[in-house]
Write a protein that binds this ligand. Structure first.
Ligand code: URA
Length: 433
């Protein structure tokens, strides 16, 4: 099979067969197919897209390029969640303990943050002592004992995706729905969970800027999951402004704990609740009305918070973080209010810019190897639709460096748009599939 013919077929708008995708991708991973041929094929996919079958085949080829994490020997129904990435997205920290306290098994491999979006692993590592680098045996043993564990992704899951993603990044072919869907799903399917719930973000801080694109991505991933025999569900949720109020690692852990105590921001609780309910429903342990009250009860009885404490302790973290987050979590040297330059209503917040402001402070990485400062970040006091007076604080910046503070403040003020006309709050959840 000639690689030239595989590219030609895609260029002319015809689907590639599984054998062709295998020859191309496996050859690329081995080093037999050069970058320039795969680049040409990627660009052909960018313009001509893929059929549902092709996407599923591409996912399988990438999935089979690396290690698979077999969870079948673990107790209970194994559930997993994936977010396409956002600003202030600490849902995993709230959801995991809720789900595990309800008897489901949450064995999750998570990533680190890059660019304007944060990563769950960085957030957890803000807790003193917390270990995210676990050997498989220890990971499994914590899951069996506690009902949940979260560890960093191993290097061996879907290596074909890693290589392909790096090439997409430099050939302007990242933002094609089939390529994104197969990239995400090859990594999700490598972990053998029974149930997957996807949180596809849409808006200024998300990959998918429009709801239509987010719907299409959700449907593409649902289709791949179903073709691979998984129980799978998806929500399309808003990322036109940060989720909750805190952006930054220790700050987000604190907010997740507040939410598990029943005192968190309404949007964070609502999204975590909806995803948890989908998991309970797919697991078949309750109907829709029961699922809602089970999730509610898990939080308001304190069961989920207790589970979070067990989880933190099992992974080496200081469990005092639950009772005394202020004294346990790292704190920044400076704390400055950012005041509103005008009066009116918050019309818009560019979530990506808020994420970049937090990254400038040190809460995120510009490059893969950048060092994270767990103590810094932003508290968003005013969100879209809120009334503001001139001089009123709209945010708090937590910083360790005055120069970075000035740069972050400038970006933050640019992220806000005000209007004299009252503005509606955006919807939080656009779709539940
Ligand atoms: N995240 C991924 O893992 N892959 C993509 O292609 C885009 C976002």
């Amino acid at each position: 099979m000639r690689i030239y013919d595989i590219i030609l077929k895609k260029r002319n708008g015809y689907p590639n067969t599984k054998e062709e995708l295998q020859a191309l991708i496996e050859g690329y991973v081995k080093g037999d197919v050069p970058d320039y041929q795969v680049s040409a094929w990627l660009m052909a996919v960018y313009f001509n897209h893929m059929t549902a079958e092709e996407r599923s085949d591409l996912t399988e080829v990438m999935l089979n390029s690396g290690e698979k994490i077999d969870l079948s020997h673990l107790k209970g129904v194994k559930v997993d969640k994936h977010s396409t990435g956002g600003v202030g997205d600490k849902v995993t920290l709230v959801l995991g303990p809720i789900i595990a306290s309800l008897g489901l098994t949450f064995a999750k491999l998570s990533g680190r943050g890059l660019g304007h979006t944060g990563g769950t692993i960085d957030k957890l590592e803000a807790i003193p002592g917390f270990r995210t680098s676990l050997e498989k045996e220890e990971f499994f043993s914590i899951v069996n004992r506690v009902g949940m564990a979260v560890a960093g992704q191993t290097a061996n899951v879907a290596p074909a995706d890693k290589k392909l993603y790096a090439l997409r990044d430099v050939t302007a072919t990242v933002d094609e729905i089939s390529l994104i869907a197969s990239s995400i799903m090859s990594k999700k399917l490598a972990v053998g969970s029974d149930i997957i719930v996807l949180d596809v973000k849409t808006g200024s801080g998300a990959f998918m800027k429009t709801v239509e694109d987010a719907r299409a991505l959700a449907q593409a991933m649902l289709d791949i999951g179903k073709r691979h025999g998984r129980k799978i569900s998806a929500v399309v949720s808003d990322m036109n402004q940060p989720l909750g109020t805190m952006v930054g690692n220790a700050l987000e852990v604190k907010e997740a704990i507040e939410t598990l105590k029943g005192n968190g921001p309404a949007d964070l609780f609502e999204l975590s609740r909806v995803i948890a309910e989908r998991m309970v429903l797919l697991a078949g342990i309750a109907d829709s009305a029961e699922a809602k009250s089970m999730v509610h009860e898990a939080v308001f009885s304190g069961k989920a918070l207790k589970k979070f404490a067990e989880f933190v302790q099992a992974q080496g973290g200081d469990p005092k973080v639950i009772e005394e987050p202020e004294s346990v979590l790292p704190k920044s040297r400076y704390e400055f209010e950012v005041r509103c330059p005008t009066e009116g209503y918050v019309k818009n917040i560019d979530a990506q810019e808020i994420g970049i402001s937090a990254m400038i402070l040190g809460a995120g990485r510009e490059k893969k190897d950048d060092h994270i400062d767990p103590s810094v970040g932003i508290k968003v006091l005013k969100k879209i639709g809120d009334r503001v007076e001139k001089g009123e604080p709209i945010a708090v910046i937590y910083a360790n460096d005055l120069d970075k503070y000035e740069r972050a403040k400038e970006r933050l003020l640019e992220a806000y748009e005000f209007s004299s006309i009252e503005t509606l709050k955006p919807k939080l959840i656009y779709e539940v599939y």
